[in-house]
Design a binder for this molecule. Structure first.
Ligand code: DGY
Length: 321
């Protein structure tokens, strides 16, 4: 019998991460990358000491309560942890860790990609070329929204929000932000702070969402808040789909109240509200904020650093519960 801790790894992970898992753990891998339903996950977890999971695992209170008593730690391959009932983990004395920092740059890059793509009508232009419908260059063809010098409002000025601000400054954008607390001047770097996001919205040519999905932020961007944005504003979401009221956003994109939106995350993903699909002014990506080779390797290593610490009796460096 192996003396290494036994870990159920719910998804197929990058090769370097699985190699380290194989070296240091008795790892129950998922090479076919099947999505486990709750019952299958619970069965596979039998006899395991820890779980290395992903946002695709819905670890609600009921599932946590039903996990085998042998499970003592849970490392999520994500910075977001809204898919895990942390209170239930605490009640069961299961230590939970996440993967902050290492996905900041990759996610901020995708926010910029969405912003530029939405502003410059990348989806429409791409289609035009691929479908051989591109007639000729035209002085008035494919005109989009100018980015340089515009005002960017950031909701949630944590690590990723700050990384987006840094990139946007290179585009000479003015940075406005709303956050639970005001940043220190050295982090704020001249950005204008709004304690109440509703006061910021009328001044945002672009709005980028970076707040976690919590009961307070669900459907944050609703019809009333969209109405406060200037006409022709552009919205970007790399946070969580749940912070947007899809019906309101679709209505605003359809009416022209908003010029465009760039979305990497969706409420109920991988299902996407069908109202987005015909919209030429919606640039849509399948939750690839952290999807670079380097970032996904680093996320996996971070999960293992946390599990290593836990099983060595040390504090997990990124413990969230
Ligand atoms: C996270 O880590 O929460 C991301 O959304 C995955 O890219």
């Amino acid at each position: 019998m192996s003396s290494k801790p036994r870990v159920l790894v719910t998804r197929h992970l990058p090769p370097k991460v699985e190699a380290r898992l194989g070296r240091d753990y008795d790892a129950r891998l998922n090479p076919e990358d099947r999505l486990y339903g709750t019952e299958e996950l619970l069965k596979l977890a039998e006899g395991c000491d820890a779980l290395l999971g992903c946002p695709t695992d819905k670890l609600n209170a009921d599932t946590i309560q039903r996990l085998p008593a042998s499970i003592k730690a849970l490392a999520t391959f994500s910075v977001g942890h809204e898919h895990i009932d942390l209170a239930a983990c605490k009640a069961r004395n299961i230590a939970v860790s996440n993967t902050p920092d290492v996905l900041t740059d990759a996610t901020a890059d995708i926010a910029m990609l969405l912003m530029l793509a939405a502003a410059r009508r990348a989806h429409e232009g791409e289609k035009l070329v691929r479908e051989k419908r591109w007639g000729s260059w035209a002085p008035t063809g494919m005109l989009g929204t100018h980015v340089t010098g515009k005002r960017l409002g950031i909701v949630g000025m944590g690590r990723i929000g700050q990384a987006v601000a840094k990139r946007a400054r290179a585009f000479d954008m003015q940075i406005l932000y709303s956050n639970r607390s005001r940043l220190k001047p050295e982090l704020e770097q001249g950005a204008a702070y709004f304690a109440d996001p509703d006061d910021m919205l009328p001044q945002c040519d672009f709005l980028s969402l970076h707040c976690p999905a919590t009961p307070e932020t669900v459907k944050f961007l609703n019809a009333a808040r969209i109405a406060r944005l200037p006409d022709g504003a552009i919205v970007v979401n790399t946070a969580r789909g749940a912070v947007v009221d899809d019906a309101a956003l679709i209505a605003a994109l359809t009416s022209g109240k908003l010029a465009a939106a760039g979305l990497d995350v969706f409420d109920g993903e991988p299902k996407v509200n069908p109202g987005y699909l015909p919209l030429e002014n919606a640039f849509l990506l399948p939750h690839v904020g952290s999807a670079t080779h380097d970032t996904r390797d680093a996320m996996g290593m971070r999960c293992l650093d946390n599990l290593d610490a836990f099983f060595a009796g040390r504090a997990m460096p990124h413990r969230v519960a």
